[in-house]
Design a protein around this ligand. Structure first.
Ligand SMILES: *Cc1c(COP(=O)(O)O)cnc(C)c1O
Length: 238
């Protein structure tokens, strides 16, 4: 059998999103689908756009800087979803509509400053990535530091803090990830009380666990493999 096309994959994912949403009385229109195109070429992004995908996630500024030349005819929203290095902040502020993986105030200040330059009319949307599992290797802000970090980021004039993001541990049994997704939602609700500002966005859920994430309140899911197929490992960014 031939490998399913991106369009076929997207149709199947949309059905799964709708089913997960309806299980918990949510509407699939309230869930934004982000196609994670890292390591896939611009032509794959074009194909996904043709199939109806309007949001794309990349995790490396350098990779995207090259690839976006082949996609800048598309009216899509570009998300940075990977760890951002300080020396790439200014570039990221130019190349992306939203940085979903912010976990540090100095980085936020750099993005804010870069967006103050002439030529930018809209604010840069940001999400704070939260380390919901205590693993050494994961990026993301510490839970204990979250209220103060959120307050300071929310005060930056060129950034618009709209929610939280997490990458829980990769567990083959997706149901075991549920408590991490739930935790992110609870943290968001606590912040609402503390800061008095709405944070409507919860970016959580990947190819193997997006249905559980939707059941726990995800408003954005980041799906790579299930849409584009497998990736080959990339060398670390310099
Ligand atoms: C790669 C990546 C994804 C997508 O992962 P898949 O398992 O391929 O769906 C989602 N979020 C982040 C932050 C990623 O780096």
């Amino acid at each position: 059998m031939a490998k399913p096309s991106i369009r076929e994959n997207f149709l199947r994912i949309q059905e799964r999103i709708a089913a997960a949403a309806s299980r918990v009385g949510r509407r699939s229109e309230d869930i934004t689908f982000i196609g994670v195109s890292k390591s896939h070429p611009a032509i794959a992004v074009q194909e996904a756009f043709q199939a109806g995908v309007r949001h794309f996630g990349e995790n490396r500024v350098q990779e995207w800087e090259v690839k976006c030349v082949g996609t800048n005819n598309l009216a899509a929203t570009w998300h940075l979803i990977g760890h951002l290095q300080s020396n790439k902040a200014a570039k990221a502020a130019k190349l992306f509509h939203t940085v979903d993986s912010l976990d540090d105030l100095a980085l936020a200040q750099k993005l804010d400053r870069a967006r103050t330059a002439p030529g930018f009319s809209a604010k840069l949307r940001v999400l704070i990535e939260v380390r919901v599992a205590q693993e050494e290797t994961k990026s993301g802000a510490e839970i204990a530091a979250l209220p103060e970090l959120a307050e300071k980021i929310a005060a930056l004039p060129q950034l618009e803090l709209t929610g939280l993001m997490c990458i829980p541990p990769y567990l083959l049994d997706a149901a075991q990830v549920r408590p991490y997704f739930r935790r992110l939602r609870e943290l968001r609700d606590e912040l609402l009380g503390k800061l008095g500002m709405p944070l409507p966005v919860l970016s959580m859920g990947m190819s193997h666990d997006f249905e559980v994430a939707i059941e726990e309140g995800a408003t954005e899911v980041r799906v790579g493999t299930a849409l584009f197929g497998g990736r080959t490992a990339l060398p670390a960014e310099h």
